[in-house]
Design a protein around this ligand. Sequence first.
Ligand code: BF8
Ligand code: SF4
Length: 647
Amino acid sequence: MMTANSDGNYSLAKDAREIIARAREENITTVWDRLRAQEPQCGYCSLGVSCRNCAMGPCRIDPFGEGPQQGVCGADADIIVARNLGRTIAAGASAHSDHGRDILEAFHALADGRSCGYRITDEEKLKALARERGIAIDGRPLNEVARELAQAMFEEFGTRKESLDFVTRVPGKRRELWQKLGITPRGIDRENVEMLHRTTMGVDNDYINILLHGLRTGLADGWGGSMIATELSDVMFGTPKPLLASVNLGTLKADHVNIALHGHNPMLSDVIVQAAQDPELLNLAKDKGAAGINLVGLCCTGNELLMRRGIPMAGNHLMQELAIMTGALEAMVVDYQCIMPSVTEIAKCFHTQVISTFDKAKFPGAIHITFVPERGLEIGKEIVRRGVEAFANRNPQRVRIPAKPVPMMAGFSVEAILAALGGTPAPLIEAIKQGTIRGAVGVVGCNNPKIPQDYGHVRLTQRLIENDILVVVTGCAAVANGKAGQMVPEAANMAGPGLRSVCKALGIPPVLHMGSCVDNSRILVLAAALANSLGVDIDQLPLAGAAPEWYSEKAVSIGAYVVASGIYTVLGVQPPIFGSRKVVELLAGGLEDVVGAKFAVEANPEKVAVLIRRHIEAKRKALGLPHLSPEAIRVPAEAVLAGEIAA
Ligand code: BF8
Ligand code: SF4
């Protein structure tokens, strides 16, 4: 199999390779160099058996059984591994949910008439959300409805509730199961705080009990914080509809002021899109000798803008340093999450200004401009002006734009998917029943320098679509597939005959971009809608999830809520749990009997595709649908011949 670092083959993408070569020439350190400098990484931490939860420690368990088997307090490997995993889930769930709360606060300011540059773009969605919560809408001004909705959503965070409101979207059987297991998510903040409490020394010492609360904490993210972020972003910035845009570093323009918007929260980037159209700033750009102002996205802020505005996408996680190294970037505007602290260091080698914007996310070496929704558009203009002014400092000799942009379709919200199907999930269900489409898989998550960039996403997706499995993508996975050309309607030709015919009939790609990482909540809503219309639980559907190149704590939280919602999930990078056999056996085995789904860990996408296809066929069999036997599903001969996998 292709492995990172083995031959300097760090990325599948041409644009990345070319700029990595430049980094070598110019002696600029990148994420791949820093990974190499860290190797070998700590074995105790990799196995999850080190603990520094109190000052009697730090402690570690000897995985070979020769040294200590307990920390100073008496915690064994099972307790330590489960506690560490629980804290990781809480950190990831907190990141998504704090993002959701920021959106909610901006929405509240909008409802109160205190914001600048925002409006209610999708009135229908606002009304639907209000109706869902029993908020009266008839004859009331929209902002009054919005204010009451905001209040109801604030209640989802800190106050004492028995269940989050969005749980009503979950199929009844699953809700009953969660109730029975005691994992129905209550307040979002509550589950996170309770996880930190439980994992402090001397509280929860039962690894099963800790892991169950891990699922509950994840559910408070997926059906809580993330869902609030997605739904309210749709109300304010518009529910995505299919559109054609472009992707890779070729989206940077040599004759334009280039401003990259990086991070996760659309509330700043959306006003920057408005600011970049300001005639005064466009004139200023012309005065400086630029043909115009070109905005591009990075990571999930990029996905938010791509989905709703068709703003071109410069790249995913591992492209953030490389985008600066094109020498063509005037400003990198960052909000929060997944922004490497290294960007300010790399920016020093070029003329790029890094501009940080959230008081909770400061970057020494960056210019900090505090963002508040009350002055949104004004601040957006100030930021764009800085970018335009930096154009004068650009050295044209240093500009290297390494590729031509690749076209990519995005904008597949649940609403858009249902609209493409004629308003109901029935045609998709029919196609699944007949076997034209075998099932659907969410390929999500990050890049991780331990895996050649994009390889896990692109190869897995290829194998799934050629076997008639519809792929839905979010986050950095979506960007990887976009760069590889898998996300245009013509990519239907890469799919198997069944999926191809459906895609051609609908004019859609076989890989549907559903948004940023908080928008994994869209996948939950779609899965619930399919289950509800079939009258089954989610775990009975021929669905799966995969995070082939995950790195972030947020991905662990996503994994927790996806599995707890009943969807089998394969991780491509080993989580630090292998120091406890019991924890591994539970998560990759016993959990199936508890929530109807489990995790698997497999780095090789050829093998992942086999695992997932066998899983989907088993689910089809259980539903009485036409299915293939497990023996019929193997790693393709060409992958074996290419030496990518043992025969
Ligand atoms: O939230 S996929 S690297 S950018 S964590 Fe980050 Fe991972 Fe990308 Fe978006 Ni999600
Ligand atoms: Fe060590 Fe226990 Fe303290 Fe962890 S909680 S550092 S295992 S004494």
